[in-house]
Design a protein around this ligand. Sequence first.
Ligand SMILES: Cc1ncc(COP(=O)(O)O)c(C=O)c1O
Length: 428
Amino acid sequence: MTDNRFPIDEVRAQFPALAITDDGRARAYLDNPAGTQVPQATVDAVSRCLIESNANLGGFFPTTRAAEAVVEEAHAGMADFLNAASAREVIIGPNMTTLTYQMSRSLGHLIGPGDEIIVTRMDHEGNIAPWLQLAEDRGAVVRWLDFDRDSYEFKPEALDPLLSHRTKLLALNHASNLIGTINDVKALAAKAKAAGALVYVDSVQYAPHGPIDVQDLGCDFLACSAYKFFGPHLGVLWAREALLKELPAYKVRAVGDYLPDKFESGTPNIEGMAGLNGTLAYLDWLAERTAGEAHRAPYRHMRGRGQALHAAIDVFARYERDLTARLIEGLQSIPRLKVHGITEEADIDRRVPTVSFTIPGVAPKEIARRLAEANIFVWSGHNYALELVRHLGIDETEGVLRVGLAHYNTPDEVERLLSLLQEHYGAA
Ligand SMILES: Cc1ncc(COP(=O)(O)O)c(C=O)c1O
Protein backbone atom coordinates (compact mmCIF):
# COMPACT_ATOMS: atom_id res chain seq x y z
CA MET A 1 0.00 0.00 0.00
CA THR A 2 1.35 3.44 -0.83
CA ASP A 3 0.30 6.95 0.03
CA ASN A 4 1.41 10.20 -1.54
CA ARG A 5 1.61 11.94 1.82
CA PHE A 6 4.19 10.89 4.36
CA PRO A 7 2.30 9.01 7.12
CA ILE A 8 3.97 10.88 9.95
CA ASP A 9 1.49 9.79 12.65
CA GLU A 10 1.95 6.13 11.77
CA VAL A 11 5.70 6.58 11.65
CA ARG A 12 5.75 8.24 15.07
CA ALA A 13 3.61 5.46 16.51
CA GLN A 14 6.47 3.04 15.68
CA PHE A 15 8.85 4.91 18.03
CA PRO A 16 7.80 4.45 21.68
CA ALA A 17 10.20 7.12 22.98
CA LEU A 18 8.36 9.82 21.03
CA ALA A 19 5.26 9.42 23.22
CA ILE A 20 7.08 10.02 26.52
CA THR A 21 6.19 13.23 28.31
CA ASP A 22 7.83 15.00 31.25
CA ASP A 23 5.40 16.67 33.65
CA GLY A 24 2.84 16.53 30.86
CA ARG A 25 5.13 18.21 28.33
CA ALA A 26 5.94 16.47 25.05
CA ARG A 27 9.58 15.95 24.14
CA ALA A 28 10.96 17.40 20.91
CA TYR A 29 13.93 15.25 19.91
CA LEU A 30 16.00 17.63 17.83
CA ASP A 31 19.26 16.06 19.03
CA ASN A 32 19.27 13.45 16.26
CA PRO A 33 22.78 14.03 14.85
CA ALA A 34 24.08 12.82 18.23
CA GLY A 35 21.81 9.78 18.24
CA THR A 36 18.31 8.85 17.14
CA GLN A 37 15.39 7.12 18.83
CA VAL A 38 14.57 3.53 17.87
CA PRO A 39 11.39 1.86 16.62
CA GLN A 40 9.54 -0.79 18.63
CA ALA A 41 10.86 -3.41 16.19
CA THR A 42 14.39 -2.68 17.43
CA VAL A 43 13.41 -2.87 21.10
CA ASP A 44 11.55 -6.14 20.53
CA ALA A 45 14.40 -7.69 18.58
CA VAL A 46 16.94 -6.88 21.34
CA SER A 47 14.74 -8.31 24.04
CA ARG A 48 13.85 -11.39 21.97
CA CYS A 49 17.54 -12.01 21.33
CA LEU A 50 18.43 -11.81 25.01
CA ILE A 51 15.72 -14.35 25.78
CA GLU A 52 15.97 -16.72 22.83
CA SER A 53 19.44 -16.34 21.32
CA ASN A 54 21.70 -15.65 24.28
CA ALA A 55 24.75 -17.80 23.58
CA ASN A 56 28.15 -17.55 21.97
CA LEU A 57 28.68 -18.47 18.34
CA GLY A 58 29.70 -21.71 16.68
CA GLY A 59 27.95 -24.45 18.66
CA PHE A 60 25.27 -27.06 17.90
CA PHE A 61 22.45 -26.27 20.33
CA PRO A 62 19.46 -24.01 19.58
CA THR A 63 20.59 -20.77 21.26
CA THR A 64 24.00 -20.72 19.57
CA ARG A 65 22.39 -21.47 16.22
CA ALA A 66 19.88 -18.68 16.78
CA ALA A 67 22.71 -16.28 17.69
CA GLU A 68 24.55 -17.23 14.47
CA ALA A 69 21.40 -16.46 12.50
CA VAL A 70 21.14 -13.01 14.13
CA VAL A 71 24.76 -12.19 13.22
CA GLU A 72 24.37 -13.42 9.66
CA GLU A 73 21.14 -11.47 9.18
CA ALA A 74 22.78 -8.26 10.43
CA HIS A 75 25.68 -8.54 7.98
CA ALA A 76 23.41 -9.44 5.07
CA GLY A 77 21.00 -6.63 5.98
CA MET A 78 23.77 -4.05 6.13
CA ALA A 79 25.17 -5.30 2.83
CA ASP A 80 21.75 -4.56 1.32
CA PHE A 81 21.51 -1.22 3.16
CA LEU A 82 24.83 -0.14 1.64
CA ASN A 83 24.46 -2.06 -1.64
CA ALA A 84 27.70 -3.90 -0.90
CA ALA A 85 28.75 -6.72 -3.22
CA SER A 86 28.53 -9.21 -0.35
CA ALA A 87 28.04 -9.58 3.41
CA ARG A 88 31.74 -10.49 3.68
CA GLU A 89 32.49 -6.80 3.11
CA VAL A 90 30.55 -5.68 6.21
CA ILE A 91 32.36 -5.35 9.55
CA ILE A 92 30.22 -4.62 12.60
CA GLY A 93 31.85 -3.24 15.75
CA PRO A 94 31.33 -0.93 18.71
CA ASN A 95 31.16 2.41 16.87
CA MET A 96 32.57 4.30 13.87
CA THR A 97 35.52 5.77 15.78
CA THR A 98 36.78 2.45 17.14
CA LEU A 99 36.39 0.74 13.76
CA THR A 100 38.29 3.57 12.10
CA TYR A 101 41.15 3.38 14.61
CA GLN A 102 41.22 -0.38 14.08
CA MET A 103 41.33 -0.07 10.30
CA SER A 104 43.93 2.71 10.48
CA ARG A 105 46.27 0.26 12.20
CA SER A 106 45.85 -2.22 9.34
CA LEU A 107 46.24 0.51 6.73
CA GLY A 108 49.50 1.56 8.38
CA HIS A 109 51.08 -1.35 6.52
CA LEU A 110 50.52 0.47 3.23
CA ILE A 111 51.91 3.81 4.42
CA GLY A 112 55.52 4.79 4.94
CA PRO A 113 57.70 7.85 5.57
CA GLY A 114 57.03 10.65 3.09
CA ASP A 115 53.69 9.19 1.94
CA GLU A 116 50.74 11.57 2.11
CA ILE A 117 47.29 11.41 3.70
CA ILE A 118 44.55 13.93 2.94
CA VAL A 119 42.04 14.82 5.65
CA THR A 120 39.44 17.59 5.54
CA ARG A 121 38.48 20.56 7.68
CA MET A 122 34.82 19.55 7.50
CA ASP A 123 35.12 16.15 9.14
CA HIS A 124 34.24 14.95 12.62
CA GLU A 125 37.26 14.02 14.73
CA GLY A 126 36.41 10.34 14.18
CA ASN A 127 37.64 10.67 10.59
CA ILE A 128 40.57 13.00 11.31
CA ALA A 129 42.34 12.00 14.53
CA PRO A 130 42.97 8.34 13.55
CA TRP A 131 44.69 9.53 10.36
CA LEU A 132 46.73 12.26 12.08
CA GLN A 133 48.01 9.68 14.55
CA LEU A 134 48.68 7.16 11.77
CA ALA A 135 50.66 9.81 9.88
CA GLU A 136 52.68 10.55 12.99
CA ASP A 137 53.36 6.85 13.61
CA ARG A 138 54.45 6.20 10.03
CA GLY A 139 56.26 9.48 9.28
CA ALA A 140 53.65 10.40 6.65
CA VAL A 141 52.70 13.93 5.61
CA VAL A 142 49.19 15.29 6.29
CA ARG A 143 47.51 17.52 3.71
CA TRP A 144 44.32 19.41 4.51
CA LEU A 145 41.36 19.83 2.17
CA ASP A 146 39.59 23.09 3.04
CA PHE A 147 35.97 23.82 2.27
CA ASP A 148 34.81 27.14 0.88
CA ARG A 149 33.62 29.41 3.70
CA ASP A 150 30.92 31.04 1.54
CA SER A 151 29.38 27.99 -0.11
CA TYR A 152 30.15 25.59 2.78
CA GLU A 153 31.23 23.06 0.16
CA PHE A 154 34.48 21.65 -1.17
CA LYS A 155 35.33 23.14 -4.51
CA PRO A 156 36.26 19.98 -6.49
CA GLU A 157 39.36 21.68 -7.89
CA ALA A 158 40.61 22.29 -4.32
CA LEU A 159 41.57 18.61 -4.17
CA ASP A 160 43.75 18.70 -7.29
CA PRO A 161 46.85 20.44 -5.86
CA LEU A 162 46.81 18.14 -2.85
CA LEU A 163 46.98 14.93 -4.88
CA SER A 164 50.23 13.37 -6.05
CA HIS A 165 51.77 9.95 -6.59
CA ARG A 166 52.59 10.05 -2.87
CA THR A 167 48.94 10.31 -1.80
CA LYS A 168 47.94 7.06 -0.12
CA LEU A 169 44.60 7.98 1.42
CA LEU A 170 41.79 10.54 1.22
CA ALA A 171 39.53 10.58 4.30
CA LEU A 172 36.36 12.62 3.86
CA ASN A 173 32.85 12.92 5.15
CA HIS A 174 29.69 12.24 3.22
CA ALA A 175 27.68 14.79 5.21
CA SER A 176 28.85 17.20 7.87
CA ASN A 177 27.69 16.67 11.46
CA LEU A 178 27.71 20.43 12.03
CA ILE A 179 26.91 22.41 8.88
CA GLY A 180 24.96 19.62 7.17
CA THR A 181 26.65 19.85 3.74
CA ILE A 182 26.36 16.72 1.60
CA ASN A 183 29.61 16.25 -0.27
CA ASP A 184 30.04 15.03 -3.81
CA VAL A 185 31.84 11.91 -2.64
CA LYS A 186 31.64 10.27 -6.05
CA ALA A 187 33.51 13.10 -7.81
CA LEU A 188 36.09 13.53 -5.04
CA ALA A 189 36.65 9.77 -4.77
CA ALA A 190 37.16 9.52 -8.55
CA LYS A 191 39.91 12.15 -8.42
CA ALA A 192 41.65 10.46 -5.50
CA LYS A 193 41.37 7.02 -7.10
CA ALA A 194 42.83 8.38 -10.34
CA ALA A 195 45.87 9.49 -8.32
CA GLY A 196 46.16 5.97 -6.88
CA ALA A 197 44.89 6.76 -3.38
CA LEU A 198 42.45 4.82 -1.21
CA VAL A 199 39.27 6.63 -0.15
CA TYR A 200 37.78 6.33 3.35
CA VAL A 201 34.30 7.84 3.67
CA ASP A 202 32.52 8.78 6.90
CA SER A 203 28.80 8.38 6.20
CA VAL A 204 27.71 8.59 9.83
CA GLN A 205 25.61 11.70 9.22
CA TYR A 206 24.45 10.82 5.75
CA ALA A 207 23.07 7.35 6.54
CA PRO A 208 20.02 8.65 8.50
CA HIS A 209 19.04 10.94 5.63
CA GLY A 210 20.01 9.42 2.31
CA PRO A 211 20.35 6.02 0.58
CA ILE A 212 23.93 4.79 0.27
CA ASP A 213 25.34 2.81 -2.63
CA VAL A 214 29.00 2.01 -1.97
CA GLN A 215 29.48 0.55 -5.45
CA ASP A 216 28.26 3.73 -7.06
CA LEU A 217 30.30 6.04 -4.80
CA GLY A 218 33.55 4.40 -5.88
CA CYS A 219 35.20 4.63 -2.46
CA ASP A 220 37.18 1.86 -0.75
CA PHE A 221 35.88 2.14 2.82
CA LEU A 222 32.66 3.59 4.19
CA ALA A 223 31.74 3.84 7.86
CA CYS A 224 28.44 4.57 9.57
CA SER A 225 26.87 4.18 13.01
CA ALA A 226 23.60 2.30 13.57
CA TYR A 227 22.56 4.49 16.50
CA LYS A 228 22.42 7.50 14.17
CA PHE A 229 19.97 5.70 11.87
CA PHE A 230 17.38 4.45 14.37
CA GLY A 231 19.35 1.43 15.56
CA PRO A 232 21.37 0.39 18.61
CA HIS A 233 24.87 1.56 19.55
CA LEU A 234 26.96 -0.17 16.89
CA GLY A 235 29.34 0.94 14.16
CA VAL A 236 29.45 -0.54 10.66
CA LEU A 237 32.44 -0.45 8.33
CA TRP A 238 32.20 -1.51 4.71
CA ALA A 239 35.32 -2.17 2.63
CA ARG A 240 36.07 -3.82 -0.68
CA GLU A 241 36.56 -7.54 -0.29
CA ALA A 242 39.87 -7.61 -2.17
CA LEU A 243 41.29 -4.99 0.19
CA LEU A 244 40.04 -6.76 3.29
CA LYS A 245 41.65 -9.96 2.09
CA GLU A 246 44.95 -8.22 1.48
CA LEU A 247 45.12 -6.11 4.65
CA PRO A 248 46.55 -7.65 7.81
CA ALA A 249 44.10 -7.72 10.72
CA TYR A 250 45.00 -7.25 14.38
CA LYS A 251 43.28 -10.32 15.75
CA VAL A 252 43.86 -13.28 18.02
CA ARG A 253 45.51 -16.34 16.46
CA ALA A 254 42.47 -18.56 17.00
CA VAL A 255 40.42 -16.47 14.56
CA GLY A 256 40.82 -17.51 10.93
CA ASP A 257 41.22 -15.37 7.85
CA TYR A 258 37.56 -15.58 6.82
CA LEU A 259 35.71 -12.34 6.17
CA PRO A 260 34.42 -10.50 8.03
CA ASP A 261 35.49 -12.58 11.10
CA LYS A 262 39.10 -11.58 10.49
CA PHE A 263 38.21 -7.98 11.46
CA GLU A 264 35.68 -8.87 14.17
CA SER A 265 37.85 -10.46 16.83
CA GLY A 266 36.12 -11.12 20.15
CA THR A 267 32.51 -11.92 20.99
CA PRO A 268 30.25 -9.63 19.00
CA ASN A 269 27.41 -7.52 20.37
CA ILE A 270 24.79 -10.08 19.34
CA GLU A 271 21.82 -8.31 20.95
CA GLY A 272 22.95 -5.07 19.25
CA MET A 273 22.96 -6.87 15.90
CA ALA A 274 19.48 -8.20 16.66
CA GLY A 275 18.39 -4.61 17.28
CA LEU A 276 19.93 -3.57 13.99
CA ASN A 277 17.88 -6.30 12.29
CA GLY A 278 14.80 -4.79 13.93
CA THR A 279 15.70 -1.35 12.57
CA LEU A 280 16.06 -2.73 9.05
CA ALA A 281 12.70 -4.51 9.46
CA TYR A 282 11.20 -1.12 10.36
CA LEU A 283 12.62 0.30 7.10
CA ASP A 284 11.08 -2.66 5.23
CA TRP A 285 7.74 -1.73 6.79
CA LEU A 286 8.21 1.90 5.83
CA ALA A 287 8.95 0.91 2.23
CA GLU A 288 5.89 -1.29 2.13
CA ARG A 289 3.79 1.53 3.53
CA THR A 290 5.16 4.45 1.52
CA ALA A 291 7.40 3.56 -1.41
CA GLY A 292 5.66 3.40 -4.76
CA GLU A 293 7.10 2.48 -8.14
CA ALA A 294 8.65 5.90 -8.62
CA HIS A 295 10.61 5.61 -5.37
CA ARG A 296 11.78 2.08 -6.11
CA ALA A 297 12.72 2.58 -9.75
CA PRO A 298 16.21 4.07 -9.16
CA TYR A 299 17.08 1.05 -6.99
CA ARG A 300 15.68 -1.64 -9.27
CA HIS A 301 19.18 -3.05 -9.90
CA MET A 302 19.81 -3.76 -6.21
CA ARG A 303 19.62 -7.25 -4.83
CA GLY A 304 17.74 -8.60 -1.84
CA ARG A 305 16.19 -5.97 0.39
CA GLY A 306 18.35 -3.26 -1.14
CA GLN A 307 15.55 -1.86 -3.24
CA ALA A 308 13.09 -1.56 -0.33
CA LEU A 309 15.64 -0.17 2.14
CA HIS A 310 16.85 2.48 -0.29
CA ALA A 311 13.33 3.43 -1.37
CA ALA A 312 12.21 3.88 2.26
CA ILE A 313 15.06 6.28 2.95
CA ASP A 314 14.38 8.11 -0.29
CA VAL A 315 10.76 8.65 0.79
CA PHE A 316 11.60 10.13 4.16
CA ALA A 317 14.41 12.26 2.73
CA ARG A 318 11.73 14.03 0.67
CA TYR A 319 9.65 14.62 3.80
CA GLU A 320 12.71 16.00 5.62
CA ARG A 321 13.37 18.55 2.86
CA ASP A 322 10.24 20.60 3.60
CA LEU A 323 10.91 20.53 7.33
CA THR A 324 14.47 21.69 6.77
CA ALA A 325 13.44 24.51 4.46
CA ARG A 326 10.92 25.78 7.04
CA LEU A 327 13.45 25.46 9.88
CA ILE A 328 16.04 27.51 7.99
CA GLU A 329 13.51 30.11 6.87
CA GLY A 330 12.27 30.53 10.44
CA LEU A 331 15.78 30.76 11.88
CA GLN A 332 16.74 33.38 9.35
CA SER A 333 13.83 35.59 10.35
CA ILE A 334 15.49 36.08 13.74
CA PRO A 335 17.61 39.22 13.62
CA ARG A 336 21.38 38.72 14.04
CA LEU A 337 21.05 34.92 14.06
CA LYS A 338 23.55 33.37 11.64
CA VAL A 339 22.99 29.96 10.12
CA HIS A 340 26.36 28.34 9.36
CA GLY A 341 25.64 26.28 6.28
CA ILE A 342 23.68 26.12 3.05
CA THR A 343 20.46 28.14 3.37
CA GLU A 344 19.10 28.62 -0.18
CA GLU A 345 15.90 26.64 -0.62
CA ALA A 346 16.97 25.67 -4.14
CA ASP A 347 20.07 24.00 -2.63
CA ILE A 348 18.28 22.11 0.11
CA ASP A 349 19.13 18.79 -1.60
CA ARG A 350 22.79 19.55 -0.98
CA ARG A 351 22.41 19.36 2.79
CA VAL A 352 21.03 17.09 5.52
CA PRO A 353 18.62 18.53 8.10
CA THR A 354 21.38 19.34 10.59
CA VAL A 355 21.33 23.10 11.05
CA SER A 356 23.79 25.03 13.22
CA PHE A 357 23.66 28.68 14.17
CA THR A 358 25.09 31.33 16.44
CA ILE A 359 23.67 34.58 17.81
CA PRO A 360 26.29 37.22 18.63
CA GLY A 361 26.60 37.78 22.37
CA VAL A 362 24.59 34.70 23.28
CA ALA A 363 26.37 31.53 24.44
CA PRO A 364 25.09 28.47 22.52
CA LYS A 365 24.94 26.47 25.72
CA GLU A 366 22.61 29.08 27.22
CA ILE A 367 20.25 28.62 24.27
CA ALA A 368 20.51 24.83 24.68
CA ARG A 369 19.70 25.18 28.38
CA ARG A 370 16.70 27.39 27.68
CA LEU A 371 15.38 24.98 25.06
CA ALA A 372 15.87 22.05 27.43
CA GLU A 373 13.67 23.86 29.97
CA ALA A 374 10.95 23.76 27.30
CA ASN A 375 11.67 20.05 26.69
CA ILE A 376 13.30 20.72 23.32
CA PHE A 377 16.45 18.60 23.02
CA VAL A 378 19.41 20.09 21.13
CA TRP A 379 23.20 20.13 21.38
CA SER A 380 25.64 22.99 21.65
CA GLY A 381 29.44 23.17 21.26
CA HIS A 382 31.81 22.06 18.51
CA ASN A 383 30.27 18.57 18.43
CA TYR A 384 33.72 17.12 17.61
CA ALA A 385 33.87 19.10 14.36
CA LEU A 386 36.88 20.92 15.79
CA GLU A 387 38.60 21.81 12.54
CA LEU A 388 35.34 23.00 11.07
CA VAL A 389 34.57 25.54 13.79
CA ARG A 390 38.17 26.77 13.68
CA HIS A 391 37.97 27.15 9.89
CA LEU A 392 34.78 29.21 10.24
CA GLY A 393 36.39 31.40 12.90
CA ILE A 394 33.92 30.26 15.57
CA ASP A 395 35.17 30.21 19.16
CA GLU A 396 35.69 26.48 19.74
CA THR A 397 35.00 26.73 23.46
CA GLU A 398 31.52 28.03 22.62
CA GLY A 399 30.77 26.34 19.29
CA VAL A 400 27.29 26.54 17.82
CA LEU A 401 23.73 25.61 18.63
CA ARG A 402 22.90 22.53 16.57
CA VAL A 403 19.37 21.48 15.64
CA GLY A 404 19.12 18.12 13.90
CA LEU A 405 15.88 16.80 12.44
CA ALA A 406 14.95 13.21 11.65
CA HIS A 407 12.04 11.81 9.64
CA TYR A 408 9.94 11.37 12.80
CA ASN A 409 10.00 15.08 13.61
CA THR A 410 6.96 17.20 12.80
CA PRO A 411 6.23 20.69 11.48
CA ASP A 412 4.74 21.46 14.93
CA GLU A 413 8.02 20.66 16.63
CA VAL A 414 9.86 22.98 14.26
CA GLU A 415 7.32 25.75 14.99
CA ARG A 416 7.65 25.16 18.73
CA LEU A 417 11.40 25.66 18.47
CA LEU A 418 11.10 28.71 16.26
CA SER A 419 8.54 30.47 18.43
CA LEU A 420 10.67 29.95 21.53
CA LEU A 421 13.72 31.35 19.76
CA GLN A 422 11.64 34.29 18.48
CA GLU A 423 10.33 34.96 21.98
CA HIS A 424 13.80 35.04 23.56
CA TYR A 425 16.05 36.30 20.79
CA GLY A 426 13.67 37.90 18.30
CA ALA A 427 14.08 41.48 19.48
CA ALA A 428 16.51 43.18 17.06
C1 LIG B 1 30.18 12.64 11.13
C2 LIG B 1 30.50 11.76 12.29
N1 LIG B 1 31.53 10.91 12.18
C3 LIG B 1 31.88 10.09 13.16
C4 LIG B 1 31.19 10.09 14.37
C5 LIG B 1 31.62 9.15 15.43
O1 LIG B 1 30.73 8.08 15.47
P1 LIG B 1 30.78 7.01 16.62
O2 LIG B 1 30.10 7.61 17.81
O3 LIG B 1 30.01 5.84 16.06
O4 LIG B 1 32.19 6.68 16.89
C6 LIG B 1 30.13 10.96 14.55
C7 LIG B 1 29.41 11.02 15.82
O5 LIG B 1 28.73 11.96 16.13
C8 LIG B 1 29.77 11.82 13.48
O6 LIG B 1 28.77 12.68 13.59
